[in-house]
Ligand binder design. Structure first.
Ligand code: MIC
Ligand code: SF4
Length: 642
C-alpha cells in the first residue's frame, strides 16, 4: 500500500517500529478521551503512574455513561472525575453535555491527529480524518503520561465508495452492509480506509456513523479522508483554522479493496444477537415491535434527529410501542429547539431522555419480556438491553422512525416522499458545559475528591512460572465483554469498586461463576474464536483477575481485550490446533509451565492425562509486562527510573 491517508498519519506519529502489517509499532498520541464508566479506573491508574500533568496536546474526560443517579455511587464518580481533570490539566465535559464521541467530533477531533480513548467507539473521530483507536484504560493513562501507544501495524483495507445513497437509505446501511460482508471478526488486524467518488456525498456526521460502527467488525480503526466536506463541517463548528486536507493519492494502493456502490444499498437491519447478522429490512418487515429506541454514538447527530423529527411530524407513535430518544449532544438539542423540530418529536409521543448513552448501555428503557426492540445503536448482544430474552434489532434512524409510526418493523421506503431537511450553515456553539484545563499553579491546589464509591486499585504481583487449577468455565465463539462483565443500571455504578463488581462476572452466561472461581481459588477460562469482542472495558479483565483467573485459553482474541489481559497479568493463550478446544471440559484440572513466555507452551490436562500445545502472540515486551504482573507496575518502574 502507498499514498493513503492512514500511512501519512502514521508516518508522522511513528516513534518506533517498522510500518508493515503485523509489525509492532509505537505511535505518538496527540489526544486522549475517556468516559466515566471506564474513566475512574483510568485516572486512578494515571494517579498511580505519578505524573503531575497530562503530556498530550489535548485530553478530555467525558461523563455520559453512568448518568442515572439512583444513589451516591455515580455522582461520587463524577465528582472524582471532575476533580482529577482540574488537577491534571484536562478538559472536563459535564453530564448533560452529550455522548463522548459525538462531542469529540463536534468540538475537538482534528484531521491528521492521533486519538486513543477508553471506549471502543473512539474510531468515530475517523469520520473527520483522525486516526482514532479504542484502547484499554491503562493504555490511555500511559498515553496521557506522554508515552507512545503500541499496536500491531494494521493491514489497510480500502473501501471504495461509488454512487450516492438513495432516499431512505443512510450511513447506517453502509456500515451494516460492510458488516453483512465481513461479520464481527472480518476486520481484525485491519484499518478500513474509505475512498472513491462516493465519499464526497457523505457529511462528516454520516462518515462518523460508519467509522463508529466499524468497531463492530473487529477493525482497529476506520478513517475517511479530510476534504472540502470536512472543511465545511469544521467551519460550521467554528474550527476552520484546524482543518487540513488529507486525501489519498489518485494512484494510491491498499492491501485489499472492497467496493461498495452506495446507489445499490437498501435499508438493512442487524438481527439478534449480533451486529454481523444483517438482512434487508424488506425481508423481515412486519415483525411486531414493543419499543423503538433512537440515539447512541452511532445515530444521534443533528442530521439523524432531524430526519426522525420530520418523519414523525404530525404523526402519533403506534399504540403497541413506546419510543425513546437520546440526543447525542446539547448542540443537537439546541438546534432542534431553535428549528422547532423538537416539537414534532414530543408531539408524536417520543420520550426525550438526556444527552447521554442511556439505553445503549442498559441505563433505562429495557424492553419487556421477550420484547422486540428496534434500536439505532451499534450493539445488540444478548442481555445488553437489560432484558435477557429481548430481541434487539439494529437499524438506521429512517427505519426506526417508520417503525415507530407503523408499530411493526417497516421498510421506510413504504412511507412515500423522503423528508427534506435543512442543515445549519453555522452550528450553535455553546461550550459552557466544558470546563477547560486549569493553569498549572491553580491545578496544583485542587484537591481530589474520593467518595466512598472510589475503592483503591487491586494489587498486582509478578506471575509465577507455573500456573495450575481447574477450568472454571468453557464458552463458545464470539463471547463479548458484555457476557464477561455485564453493564446496565445495576452493575455500572460498581465500576470503581472491583471487589463488588466481580460478583457479576459472566452473570448472563453462568451466574455461579464468581462463587465457583472464589471457592476453587481461581483457575482457567476456555473460549472459542473472537473472545472478548465488543467494549474496551478493563473490568472484563480486572474482575476475573480479582477472582483468581490465571489464564484464558481460546481459539482467538479480540484486539482490545487481548491488550487488557496483558495489561493486568492474565495470560492470554491460544490453541495451536483449534480442535484441541474439544479436548478440554469444565472442571478439568490443568497445569502449564509458562516460563518467560518466549515460546509456545505445553498444557497438561491432569484430569484426562493428555498434553496439548498452546501458542501466543506476545511480543518480548508483552511477555515482560505480563511477568511483572501487568503494565502498571512496569510503567511505574519506568517513570521512577527516569
Ligand atoms: C460500550 O458501548 O460497550 C461501552 C459501554 O461504551 C464500552 C465501554 C465501557 O464498557 O465502559 C466500550 O464500547 O468500550
Ligand atoms: Fe455509549 Fe453506546 Fe456509544 Fe458505548 S456504544 S459509547 S454505551 S452510546
Amino acid at each position: 500500500m502507498s499514498g493513503i491517508v492512514i500511512e501519512r498519519i502514521l508516518k508522522e506519529h511513528l516513534v518506533e517500529g517498522k510500518m508493515a502489517p503485523g509489525e509492532e509499532v509505537a505511535l505518538k498520541i496527540d489526544q486522549t478521551l475517556t468516559q466515566d464508566a471506564t474513566g475512574t479506573m483510568v485516572y486512578q491508574q494515571f494517579e498511580a503512574i505519578g505524573i503531575p500533568r497530562v503530556r498530550t496536546e489535548l485530553s478530555v474526560s467525558y461523563v455520559d455513561h453512568n448518568t442515572l443517579q439512583t444513589d451516591f455511587m455515580n455522582p461520587d464518580d463524577h465528582r472524582y472525575l471532575q476533580s482529577v481533570a482540574m488537577r491534571y490539566g484536562l478538559y472536563f465535559s459535564r453530564p448533560g453535555n452529550g455522548i463522548c464521541h459525538q462531542l469529540h467530533l463536534e468540538r475537538f477531533a482534528r484531521p491528521g491527529k492521533t486519538l486513543i480513548g477508553s471506549d471502543s467507539h473512539t474510531p468515530t473521530a475517523g469520520g473527520i480524518g483522525s486516526f482514532a483507536i479504542g484502547a484499554g484504560g491503562l493504555d490511555v493513562a500511559v498515553a496521557m503520561a506522554g508515552m507512545p501507544y503500541r499496536i500491531k501495524y494494521p493491514a489497510i483495507v480500502g473501501v471504495k465508495l461509488t454512487g450516492k445513497l438513495p432516499d431512505w437509505v443512510s450511513a447506517k446501511d453502509v456500515i451494516l452492509e460492510v458488516l453483512r460482508r465481513i461479520d464481527v471478526n472480518g476486520g481484525m488486524g485491519n484499518v478500513l480506509e474509505y475512498f472513491g467518488p462516493g465519499v464526497k456525498t457523505l457529511s462528516v456526521p454520516e462518515r462518523a456513523t460508519i467509522t463508529n460502527m466499524g468497531s463492530e467488525t473487529g477493525a482497529t480503526s476506520s478513517v475517511f479522508p479530510s476534504d472540502e466536506v470536512t472543511r465545511a463541517f469544521m467551519e460550521a463548528q467554528e474550527r476552520g483554522d484546524q482543518w487540513i486536507p488529507l486525501e489519498a493519492d489518485d494512484d494510491a494502493t491498499y492491501d485489499e479493496i472492497m467496493e461498495l456502490n452506495l446507489s445499490e444499498l437498501e435499508p438493512l437491519a442487524a438481527l439478534p444477537h449480533s451486529p454481523g447478522n444483517v438482512k434487508p429490512v424488506r425481508e423481515i418487515a412486519g415483525i411486531e415491535v414493543q419499543q423503538v429506541v433512537i440515539g447512541s454514538c452511532t445515530n444521534s447527530s443533528l442530521r439523524d434527529l432531524k430526519i426522525v423529527a420530520n418523519v414523525l411530524k404530525g404523526q402519533t407513535i403506534a399504540d403497541n410501542l413506546h419510543l425513546t430518544i437520546n440526543p447525542g449532544s446539547r448542540q443537537v438539542v439546541e438546534h432542534l429547539i431553535e428549528s422547532g423540530e423538537l416539537r414534532y418529536l414530543v408531539a408524536a409521543g417520543a420520550r426525550i431522555l438526556e444527552n447521554a448513552c442511556g439505553p445503549c448501555i442498559g441505563m433505562g428503557a429495557a424492553p419487556p419480556s421477550r420484547g422486540t426492540s428496534i434500536r439505532t445503536f451499534n450493539r445488540n448482544f444478548e442481555g445488553r438491553s437489560g432484558t435477557k430474552d429481548a430481541e434487539v434489532f439494529l437499524v438506521s434512524p429512517e427505519v426506526a422512525a417508520a417503525t415507530a409510526i407503523k408499530g411493526v418493523l417497516t421498510d421506510p421506503r413504504d412511507l412515500g416522499a423522503y423528508p427534506q431537511i435543512e442543515m445549519p450553515q453555522r452550528f450553535i456553539i455553546n461550550d459552557n458545559l466544558f470546563i477547560p484545563p486549569f493553569p498549572p499553579e491553580e491545578a496544583a491546589r485542587v484537591e481530589i475528591i474520593r467518595g466512598p464509591n472510589i475503592k483503591p486499585l487491586p494489587d498486582f504481583s509478578p506471575l509465577p512460572d507455573t500456573l495450575g487449577g481447574e477450568v472454571l468455565i468453557k464458552v463458545g465463539d464470539n463471547i463479548t465483554t458484555d457476557h464477561i462483565m455485564p453493564a446496565g443500571a445495576k452493575i455500572l455504578p460498581l465500576r470503581s469498586n472491583i471487589p463488588a463488581i466481580s460478583k457479576h462476572v459472566f452473570e448472563v452466561v453462568d451466574p455461579d461463576f464468581p462463587a465457583r472461581a472464589s471457592e476453587k481459588g481461581g483457575g482457567f477460562i476456555i473460549g472459542g474464536e473472537n473472545y472478548g469482542q465488543g467494549s474496551s472495558r478493563e473490568h472484563a479483565v480486572l474482575a476475573p483477575k480479582y477472582l483468581g483467573v490465571k489464564a484464558v485459553i481460546v481459539k482467538s482474541f479480540a484486539r482490545i481485550h487481548l491488550a487488557n489481559l496483558i495489561n493486568f497479568g492474565i495470560v492470554p493463550l491460544t490453541f495451536k490446533a483449534p480442535v484441541d478446544y474439544d479436548s478440554i471440559d469444565m472442571g478439568d484440572n490443568l497445569g502449564v509451565v509458562i516460563g518467560e513466555l518466549r515460546d509456545d507452551v505445553r498444557l497438561r490436562n491432569l484430569t484426562k492425562d493428555t498434553e496439548i500445545e498452546l501458542t501466543h502472540a506476545l511480543s518480548p515486551l508483552d511477555a515482560e509486562i505480563l511477568k511483572t504482573g501487568g503494565k502498571l507496575p512496569w510503567v511505574k518502574a519506568k517513570v521512577e527510573k527516569k
